[in-house]
Design a protein around this ligand. Structure first.
Ligand SMILES: Cc1ncc(C[n+]2csc(CCOP(=O)(O)OP(=O)(O)O)c2C)c(N)n1
Ligand SMILES: [Mg+2]
Length: 319
């Protein structure tokens, strides 16, 4: 059993990610967000479960589908919307955009548009922790497509032989763009790849925030005791196509319906009602609060200036 406040916090974060994504998709359609946008809708419980099990000074490494990781790690959504809109008040002064948000002060070492690119960076950060003998861990988020990249194997092996405090967080959402996992891996339990490197590995229901939280908490303890790394495969699903302009017509309807019936928002709400003894109206209050915060975040971002040409030059060129 969990404390009501903790369950409330989990739901608040999951719902914030959902609203952030759905509202930003609208901004994208209005032409206010340029470039690519890879929604995290359907996968929210993984980011929130993982980040809720981390300590304040731990690190995360994110991906091209990274808005949820940032929010779960504690990013302010007004500065995130501003970043997506290319504004000066964004986390990277609007120069990073959707796929490159970093918030180093909060322990978010950054997202990466290069699939698998964050994995060795995370291992490097874990090596730094190990050399400095700190009691910290790095949670490295990546998905099934990245696990087919050679750098995954190399990074995992290095982390294993050096017992690094790294939690490899494989978000198996069953797709790499339009390629289903069945077409890219004979063994669909991707966590089993890690056991071949002598790494403790397991799978969890990525849509159940409590399960993800529990397993990450244990993995963190192992890492802190010098028994890392650990690989957790969170089985989850995208609720739509690869990016906002992909209708996802290749996703079988029955499979999508199955995962929608296991919606992370609904599951977190159920925890709140059953274990937290919260009423529907109390939950609605949280939802309203999140929606209002998002409305303010959008106003803040819209009203924010872009970098001036001189500021841009100074930041990018250094003169
Ligand atoms: C090295 C590299 N190859 C290809 C791409 C193009 N690309 C962008 S996202 C993506 C699919 C990634 O799939 P996965 O790792 O499963 O992440 P998901 O989109 O499911 O979160 C690809 C191939 C890229 N960005 N980087
Ligand atoms: Mg994937």
């Amino acid at each position: 059993m969990y404390e009501k406040d903790f369950l409330k916090q989990l739901f608040h974060k999951i719902y914030t990610i959902r609203i952030f994504e759905t509202e930003c998709i609208k901004l994208y359609r209005q032409g206010l967000i340029r470039g690519y946008f890879h929604p995290y809708v359907g996968e929210e419980a993984t980011a929130v479960g993982v980040c809720s099990a981390l300590a304040e000074d731990d690190y995360i490494i994110s991906t091209h589908r990274g808005h949820g990781h940032c929010i779960a790690r504690g990013a302010q959504i007004d500065r995130m919307v501003a970043e997506l809109l290319g504004k000066k008040t964004g986390y990277c002064s609007g120069l990073g955009g959707s796929m490159h948000i970093a918030d180093v002060q909060a322990g978010n070492l950054g997202a990466n548009g290069i699939v698998g690119g964050g994995i060795p960076i995370g291992v490097g950060a874990a090596l730094g922790i190990s050399i400095r003998k700190e009691k910290k861990v790095v949670a490295i988020f990546f998905s099934d497509g990245a696990a087919n990249n050679g750098v995954f194997a190399e990074s995992l092996n290095l982390a294993a032989i050096w017992n690094l405090p790294a939690i490899f967080l494989l978000e198996n959402n069953h797709y790499a763009v339009s390629t289903p996992i069945e077409q890219s891996s004979r063994n669909q339990n991707l966590y089993e790849r890690a056991t071949g490197y002598g790494v403790h590995a397991l799978a969890v229901d990525g849509n159940n925030v409590i399960e993800v939280f529990e397993q990450t908490k244990d993995a963190r303890q192992m890492c802190i005791k010098g028994k890392g790394p650990v690989l957790i495969e969170a089985k989850t699903y995208r609720h739509g196509g690869h990016h906002v302009n992909d209708p996802g017509a290749y996703m079988p309807k029955d499979r999508l319906d199955y995962f929608k019936s296991k919606d992370p928002v609904t599951i977190a709400k159920k925890h709140l009602k059953e274990q937290g003894k919260m009423s529907e109206s109390e939950i609605e209050k949280i939802e309203k609060e999140v929606e209002t915060t998002m409305e303010r975040a959008i106003d803040f971002a819209k009203e924010s200036p872009e970098l001036s040409f001189a500021e841009f030059n100074q930041m990018v060129m250094g003169y």
